[in-house]
Every structure is written in C-alpha cells, then in structure tokens.
Design a protein around this ligand. Structure first.
Ligand SMILES: [Zn+2]
Length: 123
C-alpha cells in the first residue's frame, strides 16, 4: 500500500464516519421529536384524567390536597377574571360564558338574564 492509498483510505474512513454521525444525529433528532410528541400526549392524557377525577370528586369533602390545590387555582383564576372585568367594564355570562357589558340586563349571546353583581343586591 502506497502512502497515497493509505491516505485516501483514511479519508474514506473519515467520510464514512462523518456520514454515520450525520445519520445518527438525524436519527437522534427524529427520536427526540417522537419523544417530545409522546410526552405531550402523556401530559394531555394526564390532564384529561385529572379533569375527570376533579369533576368526579369535587364537593365530596374528601380531604385531598390535589383537589384543594385545583380549587385554590380556580379561585385565583376567578379573582383575576373578576379584576379584568372590573377594569374593562365588562362581565361574563354565567350561563354561556360570553363577554357582556356591565350595563347589559340580558346576555346578547344566549339571552340569559344577567345577575349584575355590580348593582345593588335584590335578595
Ligand atoms: Zn350567555
């Protein structure tokens, strides 16, 4: 084997190695993408299961820290929404969830009577 043949063999080997590495990298990227997708699917499934569990167990008085945590977060969300409504002069229909003006007596979306919490309580 001449020096040149030896050299070109080395170059060929290096080429194969690089090609192999690129193939490996794209395979890894593909697997990582698949992994991410499946992890998202898992998170979505857990979320649905959690929602179902919450719907089935809320208000049962079961001492469950997870239920209490969800309750606390829901209360926080309601508070924040109420603050936004207050600042934007809007409200939310209790029946259909549509945005309504404070001054509306009926929901323009579903026609439900608006219990306007900003006016005097009649009860
Ligand atoms: Zn409505």
């Amino acid at each position: 084997m001449t020096l040149f043949e030896k050299y070109s063999d080395t170059v060929m080997d290096m080429g194969k190695e690089v090609t192999g590495r690129i193939k490996g990298a794209s395979e890894i990227a593909k697997l990582q993408y698949e992994l991410k997708t499946e992890e998202i699917n898992l998170t979505t499934a857990y979320k649905e299961l959690g929602k179902k569990y919450y719907e089935e167990h809320k208000g049962t008085g079961e001492p469950d820290p997870e239920l209490e945590e969800i309750e606390a977060v829901l209360n926080k969300i309601a508070d924040i929404k109420a603050n936004i409504d207050e600042l934007t002069g809007s409200s939310t229909c209790e029946k259909c969830g549509a945005k309504i003006r404070k001054s509306d007596s009926f929901c323009p979306s579903c026609g439900a009577k608006v219990n306007n919490i900003f006016e005097d309580d009649e009860d």
